[in-house]
Every structure is written in C-alpha cells, then in structure tokens.
Write a protein of this length. Sequence first.
Length: 197
Amino acid sequence: MVIAVSVTPFLLNPYTLGSFLPSLPLDSLFSTQGIMVMLLAAYAGAMWMFLTSAPKVYTVMVSDLEVARQLYEGLLDLPAAEVPLHYYYNYEQTIGATGVDPLYLGSSPSFSSKMTNASDGLWYQLKKNTQLHVITGASLGSKNQQRHVCFDHDCLELILMRVEMRGLKFKIRSRKPLNFLIKDYEGRIIELAEVAN
C-alpha cells in the first residue's frame, strides 16, 4: 500500500504569526499591552538564562591575603577565574544601602570601608561553573595561625578534596562543623574552618 502525500501546499503557503496563534487576534498582540507582555516574557527568559549560567560562588574569609594567594595558587594550583558578571553590579553589597545617598558615604570611613569593590580579593576556579572568592576579614587563629573561614560546608569539602589530591599534609580536627589544618611548604599551619550556623 502506497500513500501519496503532497508537500507542495506546505511549502507554498507561508506561515504567518496568526497560524500559530489562531485564537489570538493580531490587533491585541501588537497593542501596547501585548507588546509589554512580550517584552516581559523576553526579559524573564533572558534573566533565567543569565541566572542559570552564572557560576556558583563560594566565599572564604582569610586573615592574610598574600598567604592565601600562596596557598590557593601555589600549593593547591587553582586556576585564576574571571569575576562573574553578576558581581560587577555589587548586588549583595548594596542591598542595605539602596536608600543612602552616595554623597554621604564618602565621609563615613566605617561605612565606606565595608563597601568594597566586588573584584577585590582573589578569584579561583574550583570546578566547572564553581568559583572561589577569597577576601580578607578573618581573625588569626590560636597561636597566630593563619585562618580561613567559610560559611559553606561544600566549599570546604572541595578544598579538602583538592588538598588530598595534591598530597599535602593535613589534619581534620572535626567533621561537623568541618575544621582542618594544612601545613604549607614554609611550615605555616593554616586553619580552614566552617562557621556553624
């Protein structure tokens, strides 16, 4: 049994927008409200694409940025990463200051020192689509040990896995919250600690 199908009517009749949306009149689609709805839908799609492609960022606070650079670049051999696009806009640092006039921020050293540039610190690629942002702000540990503090358990797990892969000397002090020590090549003890919530 042979069935003959003619393809020419499909090729000769161009499809219009009305053929895909037969119940929607074109005058309402191209009205001001229709265009606004289409723009909002396009904006929502663009934001979804932007946010799903943005890398996950873990932040570690350290007591000395130069010692941290030697650890992450030297011992752990983490590749440097670009500052993610959503960090250029300083969204997490301006949440509490949206109603404050920038004219008043310059004369207040206590407030302006807290408002830092997003690119400050060190940026490393932990794994695909996961970055590490290293900033200053942690106090020294006991016996003036270097200290790296993180609020995220998964971040410290990734760093510990990297330490194990590189064959560095380390000692796990506790699993919950995760706290471990690393000895660098200069004999310094660096404490990496998870802050318990």
